[in-house]
Write a protein that binds this ligand. Structure first.
Ligand code: 6PG
Length: 248
């Protein structure tokens, strides 16, 4: 059983971004030449700077031909909508590196949500390697909401950590926006799970999860525990500020 989790705290977002880029480089090097590296991207705003940094500094360091890109979740919107996680990834990363279009597998946010959850689950089964007959991402990149959600697993659907489904439909508790999300089961099968969290607004929830205090068990991100893989938290100083103050 791998050690529970690795926590790294960075003074500068560039250092955090470089560390994340090097995780991909190092893991890709361990693949044989005919193997792909499968990654599920996070949405939201945090990844924007990380993606921009990767596009600028890892354009040549990562052989993007060997990367297959998926998403951990998508909003049920058109792909050219400003809310689209696919659009954000294209704008900040995928349109700026030499990755073949056929390596990019977006979630069809514009489709019927129930139908798309099934379609994308079948796609994942067909593209990912299997571990104990379950599809396994090489890396899942997760963000963290200030309410403790991750991907689009909210406090109202913690059952997604117990389901056998790969992807399902979720509803944002505040905006009521429909989302397609990876299940917690699928996330926890990943070989490497990386949370990237920045900013003071996340400091309390980060501390609650990492210190297992307060309502931590109600927070979806607390249930991200890789079955056989590694869990890595990459934080900036602001996001780690309460965690660092809390004696543990
Ligand atoms: C999404 C993300 C979601 C995100 C958190 C944090 O589709 O919004 O997948 O899980 O990572 O909400 O979002 P920010 O990075 O914008 O704070």
């Amino acid at each position: 059983m791998s050690k529970e989790k690795t926590i790294k705290i960075f003074n500068k977002i560039d250092e955090l971004s470089a560390f994340f880029g090097n995780i991909i480089v190092e893991k890709l090097q361990k693949k044989t030449d005919d193997e792909y590296f499968t990654i599920a991207l996070s949405g939201g705003s945090t990844p924007k700077y990380i993606f921009q940094y990767l596009a600028k500094n890892f354009r040549e360091k990562i052989n993007w031909n060997r990367i297959l890109v998926f998403w951990g979740d998508e909003r049920c919107v058109q792909p050219d909508d400003e809310e689209s996680n696919y659009k954000m990834a294209c704008d900040f990363l995928l349109n700026r590196v030499n990755i073949p279009q056929e390596n990019i597998f977006r979630i069809f946010g514009e489709s019927n949500p129930d139908d798309e959850a099934v379609r994308y689950s079948e796609l994942i089964k067909s593209k990912l390697s299997l571990n104990k007959s379950f599809p396994t991402f090489d890396l899942v990149f997760l963000g963290l909401g200030d309410d403790g959600h991750t991907a689009s697993i909210f406090q109202n659907n913690l059952n997604l950590f117990k389901t056998t489904k790969l992807f399902d439909v979720a509803i944002h508790p505040k905006t009521k926006q429909k989302r397609i999300t990876a299940s917690g089961t699928l996330i926890n099968f990943a070989k490497t799970i990386v949370f990237i969290v920045t900013g003071k607004a996340k400091a309390e929830v980060v501390s609650s999860i990492l210190n297992k205090d307060g309502i931590w068990e109600k927070l979806p991100a607390s249930h991200v525990k890789p079955k056989n893989g590694k869990l890595i938290w990459l934080l900036d100083k602001d996001a780690a500020s309460v965690f660092l103050e809390t004696p543990n």
